[in-house]
Design a protein around this ligand. Structure first.
Ligand code: FPP
Length: 248
């Protein structure tokens, strides 16, 4: 099906989209394939979604690729996800760099193999001055772990209790310097936060679709952005039109 051009005014476009790429396993199972085949199809889709993100003009994209809880999956699947990260860096880095994508990592690198840690750090260094799209890869990431890490670091830095503010906490998170996600997309229909960006998502809008991640295409991405553009974001306040009506 041909995709329609995006018709969203720039001020209604999310600055930051975050995605829980869920449903790879079920996608594979429904085709009689091993779970890893689902992750591979999910990786192909990720490549398309990154391209669409650049095309749509969204400036920040965060993807949930491996959570702190995913270590509990069968060893073969964990190893497969590690090798997917390595392959993605090996095969896609040049192209991403040419496209102006700045790669960042959120989460803990420590538990990854030293060679993989090095590849991630080299990719971050290579792309650090790119500014067309900031791509945060959440890998060995957990929202609670991120907050624990931030508190530990604040204590080590000798921050006084009275100096702890919303803004300071944000600056101690892995996402320091990145605006909070405006829109979080979750594929495969689950209505859960799953320890993803739990601090940063305080006022994010959610778009949940039953589509499995490998099938989440450009057309549906566009629909998610259009749905976001129609939302009335109030951040706990009342909308300006409502305020005007009540003052009239
Ligand atoms: C959730 O689906 C998906 C994941 C845990 C991994 C997501 C990874 C990719 C899309 C590959 C891209 C990865 C990198 C490293 C760039 P699930 O397995 O929980 O699906 P299920 O709920 O149907 O079992």
């Amino acid at each position: 099906m041909p995709t329609s051009p995006i018709s969203i005014p720039a001020d209604k476009l999310p600055r930051h989209v975050a995605i829980i790429m869920d449903g790879n396993g079920r996608w594979a199972l429904s085709r009689g394939l091993p779970r890893l085949a689902g992750h591979k199809a999910g990786t192909e889709n990720l490549r398309r979604v990154i391209r669409s993100t650049v095309e749509f003009g969204v400036k920040y994209l965060t993807i949930y690729a491996f959570s702190t809880e995913n270590w509990g999956r069968p060893m073969e699947e964990v190893r497969g996800l590690m090798s997917i990260l390595e392959d993605v860096i090996d095969r896609e880095l040049d192209e991403l760099n040419k496209e102006g994508v700045q790669l960042r990592h959120i989460g803990r690198l420590e538990r990854l193999a030293p060679k993989l840690q090095e590849k991630v750090l080299d990719a971050i260094e290579l792309t650090k001055n790119n500014d067309r799209l900031v791509l945060n890869v959440a890998f060995n990431y957990g929202g609670r772990d991120e907050i624990v890490h931030a508190i530990q670091k604040m204590i080590k830095d000798g921050i006084a209790a009275e100096d702890v503010t919303d803004d300071l906490v944000s600056r101690y998170l892995y996402t320091a310097g990145v605006p909070d996600p405006d829109l979080i997309i979750r594929t495969s229909g689950e209505l859960r936060v799953s320890n993803f960006l739990i601090w940063q998502a305080a006022y994010s809008e959610w778009y949940v679709t039953p589509t499995y991640w490998p099938d989440f295409d450009k057309e549906e991405y566009r629909r998610a952005l259009e749905a976001f553009a129609r939302r009335d974001r109030r951040f706990g306040k009342v909308s300006s039109s409502e305020l005007e009506a009540s003052n009239a």
